[in-house]
Design a protein around this ligand. Structure first.
Ligand code: DC
Length: 226
């Protein structure tokens, strides 16, 4: 298996921020698999596909031509996501998609289509892949596996701060802290079955750590494991 780093963890655990910075440090491609589930969800909402129709959603996923690439616009994005060549990088973050994505990602038919695509992306190596089931299911032979976590309160605090920043730059409405917390709690519940920490992952509890401290810790661990 070519050099791949798998990072899993719940919403708001810091896995995206850490994954993106780790990929940049190593010169690897950063693949946020959550963006793929979001892209399928966005397309389903656009095309009026029912969220309980697994086969129709899987068909959509198979033909969506989801591409994740290095960011080509300097507007704070970590990467650019396109669906049928349309830039949906910010659309897939909207609240309608965020509300619906857990339901879409529970369909085994959708998961098997996206998992096959994710394995294809990792084949080239030099990839940091982030999600919920990467170390256990998508890339069980990944070179390194990390599992990032944090308390519910801390994850909600981070997500709220992120939304505050995005509201300022993208003129969207800011939900209350309670709404953000309840949304993460609800997503924890729905995502529970798809959340599969690999037994051989390095566990990182990030509650009292800054992004730099988490990165530092991970880099030291990787040297130890290497
Ligand atoms: O990380 P995120 O919040 O952008 O993920 C969006 C949704 O996709 C989330 O509800 C869990 C799901 N997901 C998944 O089931 N498996 C993955 N590998 C990545 C995300």
């Amino acid at each position: 298996m070519p050099m791949c780093i798998a990072i899993d963890g719940p919403a708001g655990s810091g896995k995206s921020t850490v994954g993106e910075q780790l990929a940049r440090k190593l010169g690897y491609l950063y693949v946020d698999t959550g963006a793929m589930y979001r892209a399928v969800t966005w397309l389903a909402l656009e095309e009026g596909i029912k969220l309980d129709d697994g086969p129709a959603l899987a068909h959509l996923a198979r033909h969506a031509e989801i591409v994740i690439n290095h960011p080509h616009v300097a507007d704070g994005r970590q990467y650019t996501v396109t669906v049928h060549n349309r830039d949906v990088t910010w659309d897939i973050r909207n609240s309608a998609v965020t509300r619906a994505v857990s339901t879409v990602s529970t369909h085994p038919e959708v998961r098997s289509v996206l998992i096959a695509q994710q394995r294809g992306m990792a084949q080239q190596g030099h990839v940091v892949m982030v999600g919920r089931d990467i170390g256990a299911v998508v890339l069980p032979d990944a070179t390194y596996k990390l599992y990032l976590t944090a308390s519910l309160q801390e994850r909600a605090r981070r997500r709220y701060a992120e939304l505050e920043e995005r509201t300022a730059t993208h003129a969207t409405t800011l939900p209350s802290f309670e709404e953000v917390l309840n949304d993460i709690r609800r997503r924890d519940d729905v995502d529970h079955d798809n959340m599969q920490p690999a037994p051989d992952a390095i566990l990182v509890m990030t509650d009292h750590l800054s992004v730099e401290q988490v990165l530092d810790y991970i880099c030291r661990q990787l040297e130890v494991v290497a």
